[in-house]
Structure formats: C-alpha cells, structure tokens
Design a protein around this ligand. Sequence first.
Ligand code: ADP
Ligand code: ADP
Length: 228
Amino acid sequence: MIEMQDVWKEYPNGTKALNGISIHIQKGEFVYVVGPSGAGKSTFIKLMYREVRPTRGHIFVNGFNIERLKDHKIPLLRRSIGVVFQDFKLLPKLTAGENVAFALEVIGLSPRQIKRRVKDVLAQVGLEDKGDKLPSQLSGGEQQRIAVARALANNPSVIIADEPTGNLDPDTSWGIMRLFQRINDRGTTIVMATHNRDIVNSLRRRVIGIENGIIARDEQRGLYGYDD
Ligand code: ADP
Ligand code: ADP
C-alpha cells in the first residue's frame, strides 16, 4: 500500500530532511508519525502525495511509482489519497458543501451524483446541516470535519493527516480522533503526524518515530515517547 525503500530528501538549500527511510504500511493500518520539530515528519508525509520529490530512493503508494509518475498522472494519485492539514486549508469563499464538491467536480460526476456524494460525506462527519455555511461561520472543529469530508469525497484508500488536531482544543481533538477511528474501522489506512501525546498514548496504534531524518523506532501499539 505504502512502501519506501531507502528514501533520502535534501532540499535545494542543502537541508538534509530525510536520510535513508525504509517503511512498509499495509492496507487498513493506523499509523502515528511522531518526533521532534524539524525531524522530517512533514517531509515524510509530503513524499506520499508527491508534494515533495525524493532526492533518491523508491516510493510506492496505492500502486503508483512516485518517482516515475508523470505530472499529468499526479491528480490520479491524489484522488486515491485524502489529505488533511493542521490549518484545514478550506477555500474561504466557498461553502462547506462547495469545498467538498470541488474535490469531486474534476472527476466528471454529474451534478446529481456530486450532490448525493456531498450529502453522504457531510453526514459521515456529522455535519449534514452545515453544508451551506462558509468556513468562517464554522468552529475550528467543524472546519476540520469539513476538511475530513473533503478528504473522504473520492473514497480514498489512504488518509494522510499532518497535525490534524494541532489547532484544536482537547475536546474537539478527541471528536476528530473518533472520526478518524471510524474511518479506519471501515478499512481506510490512516497515516497521521502528530504532537498530541495524550491521543497517541490513549488510542494505541503503530508509532513510527522519526528523529534527524531517520526512523528511530517503529512499534505496534507504541507510545508517544517525548516530553514536548
Ligand atoms: P523550491 O522552490 O526550490 O522547491 P522550496 O519551496 O522547497 O524551494 O523552498 C524555497 C526556500 O524556502 C528553501 O530554499 C528554504 O530556504 C525555504 N524554506 C521553505 N520551507 C522551509 C522550512 N520548512 N524550513 C526551512 N526553510 C524553508
Ligand atoms: P517536521 O515535520 O518533523 O517538523 P519537516 O519535514 O517539516 O520536519 O522538516 C525537516 C527539515 O527540513 C527541517 O530542518 C526543516 O527546516 C527542513 N525543511 C522543510 N521543508 C523545507 C524546504 N521546503 N526547504 C528547505 N528546508 C526545508
């Protein structure tokens, strides 16, 4: 499902973000990616949807060979992956429903099919009655739920989340985590970078620890393991 073989990333300014990463993530896994700030977590995650290209090494995601992927095939890769960000990244001038629909319009569904799918994923995140609101009219937790709905729109086999609870208070964070758990229970793979120690230590899952650009540990049902 997701495989990296000896992956290195050096940014154009010379920063060595990843120094030989090898990893295998199977379908249906729930994986936390933890580590100090600057360790390489975001880079590791961005490689999966080709936001960042490796300097060397091999990466396979959902059957796509990431280094060989032609630019015009990137949308195809990204349709098989839902991405959720710390700052939600909703389009501010579109309603919640339009933000979700936007992800679907490029794939050639009819307006009726889009409407049905939007309704369906908004219901999955518990916000079926908020489709007409602008992001600015929603709380942070609601905005993140909309972002999760958008990530689910194309029925991806993997959801990648970079600090999805980083801007949310603890109660709201737990709500979002329950949502991710439900999504994972239905078979969707989840890869989540997080600094949320309470969550990692309570909802025990696989923990990949990245430090100084390498995998420092990889534990089934691991703990957070840092003091930050
Ligand atoms: P390019 O346009 O060559 O792909 P990037 O977008 O990767 O370059 O980054 C442009 C410059 O911005 C980098 O050379 C770097 O100095 C700086 N930069 C961007 N993001 C970061 C970051 N997270 N940490 C440090 N420097 C960064
Ligand atoms: P983390 O997510 O663990 O905080 P990152 O993957 O964002 O780590 O960053 C790893 C290292 O790469 C850091 O030293 C960071 O400053 C650097 N970095 C990240 N993005 C860029 C960029 N676009 N250009 C240059 N350096 C970057």
